[in-house]
Design a protein. Structure first.
Length: 85
């Protein structure tokens, strides 16, 4: 499986939904909680080309975007292939 990194905030319902889907797929991920590591927000902004909202999800070298984009990939049948690389 590809390495997955997700930038989150603890009060974000979309963050929880995205993590729930990834867990349901059996995917492990590393989480960057921006409330605990606010200095990493600049890193997220750079990697996401300016996206300010959380979650911001990266699968391998691919910037997926947020929760809506993650679920859209799943509905389109493309998420499993992306997770496998």
């Amino acid at each position: 499986m590809q390495a997955i990194e997700i930038y989150t905030s603890p009060l974000c319902g979309f963050c929880h939904a995205a993590k729930r889907l990834l867990k349901a797929k059996g995917a492990s991920f590393s989480e960057v909680d921006l409330s605990r590591e606010p200095n990493r927000r600049a890193e997220m902004l750079q990697r996401s080309q300016g996206a300010r909202t959380v979650p911001q999800i990266f699968i391998g070298e691919t910037h997926v975007g947020g929760c809506d984009e993650l679920y859209a990939l799943d509905r389109a049948g493309k998420l499993d292939a992306l997770l496998k690389g």
